[in-house]
Ligand binder design. Structure first.
Ligand code: ADE
Length: 255
């Protein structure tokens, strides 16, 4: 998979050299490059923002540096040039992800879907956001997806990109050593993960649930499933409501 990130703070993305994502880059599973938006300005101050039409607080990111940065990325991608008649085929288009509190919510399902794509481009806005015409223009060559991490406001898209790249990158085959750990984690089956414990069995006068010491795999599996249901009902009742009847077995319904 190829990843491009455009930002006025490229240093923010240095964290993607670390840990599993950094290893995936070194192993050639992920090819990533970070572009400084200010390299596409023409004035002495390398200006990327201006006042909003219609007035109001804050500044808006100017369209031209964005167009030039995205054109350079687009034109270095085989098969994705926007100058072909009718534009490139939908499946060949890179996905342009624009982190924004006004986007669709990024979920595990979104991460799974994006992990299948060949080329993701992240456009990190700052201030009040990017001139809307950039997103309209970009639709000729990219599949444009404004994406929100959740209902709160960050100062810019960079931190959201760190979270999204980690969530997507770990789903690429080969990035996580033991793929079974992807099956047993929160959100993989629409529920939150069960509680986990490690040695010692007694710690500061606190024990662990007896069943985990029983060696009885069926009972342990049932206990874990019940804990998932209990935890999800109490912390995230919205997730329980979204479950389909087929997601629950007879024992779940009784629990
Ligand atoms: N940029 C600012 N706030 C954001 C959010 N909640 N999600 C994604 N990008 C953002």
């Amino acid at each position: 998979m190829r990843l491009d990130v455009v930002s006025i703070f490229p240093e923010y993305l240095a964290a993607l050299d670390l840990s599993l994502i950094g290893k995936a880059r070194r192993d050639g599973l992920l090819e990533m490059s970070v572009t400084d938006l200010r390299d596409f300005t023409a004035d002495r101050h390398r200006t990327v923002d201006d006042t909003p039409y219609g007035g109001g607080a804050g500044m808006v990111m100017k369209p031209e540096p964005w167009a030039q940065a995205l054109e350079q990325i687009r034109d270095s991608t085989p098969g994705s040039r926007g100058d072909q008649p009718g534009g490139p085929a939908r499946s060949q288009r890179p996905v342009l992800i624009v982190p924004s509190p006004a986007g669709e919510v990024f979920t595990q399902e979104t991460a799974r879907e994006l992990a299948e794509r060949d080329h993701l481009v992240f456009a990190c806005g700052r201030y009040e956001g990017i001139d809307e015409r950039v997103l309209e223009w970009a639709r000729e060559s990219f599949e444009v997806r404004p994406m929100s991490l959740g209902d709160y406001v960050l100062n810019g898209g960079e931190v959201a990109v760190l979270a999204m790249v980690e969530a997507i990158g770990r789903l690429i085959p080969g990035v996580i050593g033991n793929p079974q750990s992807l099956v047993e984690e929160s959100h993989s089956d629409g529920l939150l993960e069960y509680p986990v414990y490690t040695k010692p069995a007694s710690w500061r006068e606190r024990g662990i649930p007896e069943v985990l010491l029983s060696g009885h795999h069926g009972k342990i599996a049932r206990w874990r499933r019940d804990e998932q249901l209990r935890r999800t009902s109490s912390r995230r009742p919205d997730l329980i409501e979204r479950l389909q009847p087929a997601d629950l077995d007879a024992r779940d319904r009784a629990a």
